[in-house]
Design a protein around this ligand. Structure first.
Ligand SMILES: Nc1nc2c(ncn2[C@@H]2O[C@H](COP(=O)(O)OP(=O)(O)O)[C@@H](O)[C@H]2O)c(=O)[nH]1
Ligand SMILES: [Mg+2]
Length: 304
């Protein structure tokens, strides 16, 4: 391996990104890998379980754990997602709290800090979305948050424009423990391609559907097959809870599902650099939200 030839110790470890929904955790993860490994949406709570974003800076391999947002859980699925986010912290070498600078110290952030205090968790603070606020407001927020909790370090970044973000990565790279790399050099995620493709379909459902509907559905890859001409045939089923939801997803004369399928297919093709034939089916399965098998397939704990 080239890095050992340089006679330099390698470093490797996990960095958990925690924070309120919508603070930019998935955007940071994607920026780092230079690719899309985690889906992003302006709506809250898109990331359902922990997604890994893997990349290398100098001699360090950083594995970001992009967690579901931490908020006040109501449903079983919410509870499982929040439990999974805190579980990510237990697995991590470094914990990073990501805060939306525009929203500042919200109740959600306060609750997270309370948990950090109770468990005395060494944490780095990242104020994200600095492109949206003034310098004065930023510095003030940084000071306020550091009064609330003694963070090890504070970074001011924009995951969208990339401002100051390399500094943050380099800091993490130096802080990780000496260790062989856990993943091959070119690996960006440990998510199987067919799951990543299903996540992209779910992202488009978030993009095009109104209101609460995307939270009521799940996308499951059924078939992922390479054909003789090198293209991929992918079949997925979108499970919903009620007929009325199915009707909305199909749209008038099937136009909605067609638009979702086309947009998702283009993006999957760009990601894979392969031709993709994508087939989407919509089925009603009333109880999928309470089906233990769904939870384990996402790596979530049904009984959280
Ligand atoms: N203006 C701005 N928007 C951002 C930035 N980072 C993320 N966003 C947007 O904030 C929304 C939520 O981002 P996402 O990464 O899904 O947040 P998550 O829920 O914490 O994973 C998306 O619409 C992003 O495009 C940033 O630095 N600046
Ligand atoms: Mg996310």
């Amino acid at each position: 391996m080239s890095n050992t030839e340089k006679n330099q110790a390698t470093r490797c470890g996990f960095v958990a990104l925690i924070g309120a929904p919508n603070s930019g955790k998935s955007t940071i993860t994607n920026h780092f890998t230079g690719s899309k490994v985690s889906i992003v949406s302006p709506k809250v709570q898109t990331t359902r379980s922990i997604v890994k974003g893997i990349g290398i800076i100098e001699n360090s391999q950083i594995i970001f754990l992009d967690t579901p947002g931490i908020f006040n859980p109501k449903r079983r699925l919410d509870r499982a997602m929040v439990a999974s986010a805190w579980g990510g912290v237990n697995d991590a070498d470094i914990t990073v709290l990501v805060v939306d600078s525009q929203k500042g110290l919200t109740e959600e952030v306060e609750n997270i800090i309370k948990h950090l205090k109770e468990n005395n968790l060494a944490t780095i603070l990242v104020l994200n979305k600095i492109d949206l606020v003034s310098k004065e407001k930023l510095l003030q927020l940084g000071a306020t948050l550091n009064k609330e909790y003694s963070f090890q370090e504070t970074f001011f970044i924009s995951a969208l424009t990339g401002k100051n973000i390399d500094e943050f990565y380099r800091y993490l790279a130096e802080k990780l423990p000496e260790s062989p790399w856990y993943y091959p050099e070119e690996q960006m995620s440990d998510m199987p391609l067919k799951l990543l493709a299903a996540e992209i379909v779910r992202e488009k459902l978030f993009l095009y559907l109104q209101q609460e509907l995307p939270y009521m559905l799940t996308v499951e890859p059924e078939l992922w097959e390479r054909r003789e001409d090198g293209s991929i045939r992918a079949e997925m089923t979108i499970y919903v809870q009620r007929d009325s939801q199915k009707i909305i997803i199909l749209g008038r004369q099937g136009r909605m599902i067609k638009k979702i399928g086309q947009t998702a297919r283009k993006e999957i093709e760009e990601l894979l650099e392969e031709r993709v034939h994508l087939f989407l089916y919509v089925k009603v399965r009333e109880n999928w939200l309470d089906d233990p098998a769904r939870y384990s397939s996402w790596g979530l704990d049904y009984n959280a």
